[in-house]
Design a protein around this ligand. Structure first.
Ligand SMILES: *Cc1c(COP(=O)(O)O)cnc(C)c1O
Length: 437
């Protein structure tokens, strides 16, 4: 399988080159050059790592990572993904809990998959450096996924004073070869520095820079797996393809759901739910795509005004008919968290609550046609400061997040200049110096 750019002006590449490059040289995003199909009936009942290896095999066919794919999947899919019934009185709604990984959000899957790929690519050539700017969740997942690696290190930039206390802890708590840089500036400064480093050929070459941001196809492909796995489970139980409700900002989950359905997964209608950022819902309503500045919401990992995966969505046939879009503002998020906790005791995080609200807004007739799977993207404890006042209770951290609270956490402050970043890159521990576990 080859991967081509959405803008059509870059050479077709294999999956490992697409992963290594991040974005295509023409500024577009890599997409599979042609469709693939999987025999889902034969895969029913497989555990998640085996399902992942089978589903992703067509995309890795002919690539140097193909032989390692089963081992990569075993590394990335090694925690449970329960499909639960949040409200015993309504079994039509299921929550797919994607937050039982080491940093409590679904980004653990993509980050671990990607790092497992980079580690093998770095071993073949020379150690790589993953440089990532983060406004919160991604950096923690990438840092965690890089800890102890021998052929890839992570250098993570985050804005001082702009991340929550837990997020700050979660960025600085990973051991070698992970370095957290606390930048004297805002998230845009962090992104500007990362871009400047990539744009400097000497720096990019010396450190063999790679990126782990959400446009990397190595993060998107594994997201298909748990959506397809949950759909198979429901299809087996009910005989009907379930609907998927996916909270989305950059459209990672939205595109992953549509790609999985195109692969043949038993997925019915897809409902993408956004927070108050209106770009996607206005495009769906009018057909005109107009990126805008993002607005801040309590579902902050979805605060996106120009969804980076939109180019991938737009390439699908008749894109507006592929999915529905629902916008859920902060007031509706808060009301949904409060109401569901009072009624059922289940606690949704602010991102996942957009999906619960999307379900509640379905026409009753549509709701009853099938089971609807709502992706629960993060553990509510990560957003305790917003969630606890709504439910009137303290939240207990799950074991993985409690373990993070117990770790020492350090980050290196740097001014928002390329010189400071270059100096930090030179001084950050090298992947190859990490002793074998
Ligand atoms: C990143 C993130 C999202 C949005 O993911 P997309 O890639 O935009 O689909 C939703 N919820 C949480 C908790 C996240 O961290």
């Amino acid at each position: 399988m080859k991967f081509v750019s959405t803008r059509g002006a870059s050479p077709a590449v294999s999956i490992s080159e697409a992963i290594r490059n991040g974005a295509a040289p023409d500024g577009g995003l890599y997409v599979p050059a042609h469709g693939a199909a999987a025999d889902f009936a034969a895969l029913d009942g497989d555990d998640l790592p085996s399902l992942a290896a089978s589903l992703l095999a067509p995309f890795f066919a002919g690539d140097r990572l193909a032989a390692d794919l089963p081992a990569i999947c075993a590394e990335a899919f090694d925690f449970p993904v329960p499909l639960v019934v949040p409200d015993p009185a309504d079994k039509r709604l299921r929550a797919l809990e994607l937050f039982h990984g080491p940093t409590g959000a679904f980004k653990d899957f993509g980050a671990r998959f990607l790092m497992a790929c980079f580690d093998r690519l770095g071993l073949e050539e020379a150690p790589l450096t993953v440089l990532a700017a983060t406004s919160g969740d991604t950096g923690g997942a990438v840092g965690c996924a890089a800890e102890g690696r021998r052929s890839v290190r992570a250098v993570i930039l985050f804005p001082r004073g702009r991340v929550s206390p837990f997020q700050r802890l979660q960025l600085g708590c990973w051991r070698e070869p992970v370095t957290a840089l606390e930048v004297e500036g805002d998230f845009d400064d962090c992104q500007r520095l990362v871009k400047a480093a990539f744009a400097d050929p000497a720096v990019a070459r010396r450190h063999r820079l790679s990126s782990a941001n959400s446009i990397n196809v190595g993060r998107l492909l594994p997201q298909m797996v748990y959506l397809a796995g949950a759909a198979l489970e429901v299809r087996r139980e009910t005989g009907v393809d379930p609907g998927l409700i996916v909270p989305t900002g950059n459209l990672g989950h939205g595109v992953a759901a549509l790609w999985a359905r195109a692969l043949g997964a038993p997925i019915g209608p897809v409902l993408a739910v956004t927070n108050a950022n209106r770009t996607l819902s206005e495009w769906h309503r009018s057909g005109a795509y107009e990126p805008r500045a993002s607005v801040a919401t309590i579902a902050n990992a979805m605060d996106v005004g120009a969804p980076s995966n939109f180019e991938r969505l737009a390439r699908l046939p008749d894109p507006r008919r592929q999915l529905d879009v629902e916008l859920v503002d902060d007031a509706a998020i808060k009301a949904r968290i409060e109401a569901e906790h009072r009624r059922t005791g289940y606690v949704w995080c602010p991102h996942s609550a957009t999906a619960a609200e999307g379900y509640a807004r379905l026409d009753p007739g549509r709701r009853e046609e099938r089971v609807w799977i709502a992706a629960a993207t993060a553990h509510p404890f990560k957003f305790a400061e917003d969630v606890e006042p709504l439910i009137g209770e303290k939240l207990a951290p799950p074991p993985a997040l409690a373990a993070i609270l117990d770790r020492p956490s350090t980050s290196r402050p740097i001014p928002a200049t390329l010189e400071a970043l270059v100096e930090a890159l030179a001084e950050a521990p090298a992947a190859a110096e990490v002793p074998a576990a």
